[in-house]
Write a protein that binds this ligand. Structure first.
Ligand code: GTP
Ligand code: MG
Length: 452
């Protein structure tokens, strides 16, 4: 089974894309197909993720995936809701995900969050493929549920095929404008240098066999060495979210990308000030086959092995940060692990200047991504923090000497009511957006206006 280890870790696949382009629907389709193919029990729901074992993938993909060709245990899919930046999914040394699926609606093409995802994929050098979704909405489409895409294409009218091709070539053109050479996946020889485009429908399941086959091929071919880990080793992971949970207090939603975590482990977690050292009280997973997003009841488990999503209940987690590292201590000296976490936090921390803008973001990963983008735009930062915009931030912004620095850039966070009030009183401009480059564009337009 997936948790048995055997040396090869489950590849982590992030599903990204613009709001409503069909990320969740695609995963629902994979889960649903597993149910109808009688493999329901084989799919496991994790916190923020879905694990699909090799046998189930091969069941859905039919002749496109022969399980004998692979020695990976399966795939762990992470859904990123549209309001959640992919940059949250960071880990030691870059991206948390091994590979990514960029979902693009064929009718809608590239949109702001598509471009943002592309930027981060490029920066983190994450291999990815494009799922050109909603092909069933092509006028005159003749649906062939759950079939491989070339098979269904052969059964379309010339006119429908031509309409779809126009949209697909537009997507290929957009990819090329963004510096990626791309083609239909069946024409791609080398997936390292070229992006494969897989036409799919999350509604009818057409192309889903191809999508799974390409993901398996990519993982197997390009990431095999990275996948071999000591599954019994002390776990390493990233905090996706810090959440209150009834009966458990503050908990962490974590993606474990290395080793294992057990209920008797001591862990070190990146916090607002110093690393937090605490003992695991419970490891929680959603009950089988219940939806994560509506999940209220959890199952306690004794051990979780990478790659997996898990909710960790432990004391003293209030100061934990989304995007921060989590490390299991186990048989190393505690102080060594604390130092490692402290070092990793220092690596992420943003260089601040004496003068500049105030930046607030939802996670360490997004803060890092914004800081990079601001540096490229040569915009200095005076204060960069994870968390909602608070009166303290307004106080800092109001000490600026330049009007162009009497500002706060808020990414994916709330502005507390008293902070908004105070910002109004003190004439501090608030820029709020959930797309990084749009946030920076808005700010640059403001600067242009002032300097004009
Ligand atoms: P966010 O999580 O909000 O970013 O959106 P998402 O990318 O997860 O999109 P979601 O799966 O929620 O789908 C958005 C809408 O598109 C829903 O109404 C889906 O039913 C519809 N949809 C998704 N995929 C398809 C498809 O292949 N065909 C058709 N016809 N509709 C689709
Ligand atoms: Mg969604």
């Amino acid at each position: 089974t997936m948790d048995a280890g055997g040396g090869l870790r489950t590849p982590i696949v992030a599903v990204l894309g613009h709001v409503d382009h069909g990320k969740t629907s695609l995963l629902d389709k994979v889960r649903g197909s597993a149910v109808t193919s009688g493999e329901a029990g084989a799919i496991t729901q994790h916190i923020g993720a879905t694990a699909v074992p090799l046998e189930t993938i091969s069941d859905i993909a039919g002749r496109l995936v022969d399980p004998d060709d692979f020695d990976l245990p399966g795939l762990l899919f992470i859904d990123t809701p549209g309001h959640h930046s992919f940059s949250t999914l960071r880990s030691r040394g870059g991206a948390l995900a091994d590979i990514a699926v960029l979902v693009v609606d064929v009718n809608d093409g590239f949109q702001p969050q598509t471009l943002e995802a592309i930027d981060i994929l490029k920066r983190t050098q994450t291999p990815f493929i494009v799922a050109a979704n909603k092909i069933d909405t092509t006028p005159g489409w003749n649906p062939n549920p759950d079939t491989p895409v070339q098979q269904t294409l052969a059964e379309q009218s010339d006119r429908a095929e031509q309409r779809l091709n126009e949209s697909l070539y537009e997507i290929i053109g957009e990819l090329s404008d963004n510096g990626f050479s791309a083609d239909m996946y069946w024409r791609v020889q080398n997936f390292r240098g070229n992006i494969g485009v897989v036409p799919v429908s999350a509604e009818t399941g057409e192309g889903v066999p191809d999508l799974l086959a390409v993901l398996m091929g990519l993982s197997q071919r390009y990431m095999k060495e990275d996948m071999s880990i000591d599954t019994a080793g002390a776990g390493a992971g990233t905090v996706l979210e810090v959440k209150e949970e009834r009966g458990f207090g503050t908990t962490l939603d974590v993606v474990l990308y290395d080793g294992s975590i057990r209920t008797d482990d001591t862990i070190v977690v990146g916090g607002k000030n110093d690393p937090i050292v605490t003992d695991v009280r419970a490891l929680l997973q959603p009950r089988p086959l219940e939806e994560i997003r509506t999940e209220k009841r959890f199952e306690k488990v004794d051990e979780v092995t990478a790659a997996a999503g898990v909710k960790i209940a432990a004391p003293d987690l209030d100061e934990a940060l989304a995007g921060a590292p989590v490390r299991v201590v186990r048989d190393r000296p505690e102080e060594e692990v604390v130092e490692e976490v402290r070092q990793e936090l220092a690596d992420i921390s943003v260089d601040t200047a004496e003068n500049g803008v105030v930046v607030k973001a939802d996670t360490l990963g997004s803060l890092e991504a914004i800081a990079n983008a601001l540096e490229e735009a040569e915009i200095p930062i005076v204060r960069a923090e994870v968390g909602d915009v608070a009166p303290r931030d307004v106080a800092v912004a109001s000490t600026a000497e330049e009007v162009t620095e009497e500002v706060i850039l808020a990414f994916n966070v709330d502005v507390l009511p008293d902070a908004r009030q105070e910002a109004g009183d003190r004439n501090i401009r608030l820029f709020e957006d959930d797309v990084i480059y749009q946030l920076i564009d808005e700010y640059e337009e403001f600067v242009d206006e002032i300097e004009r």
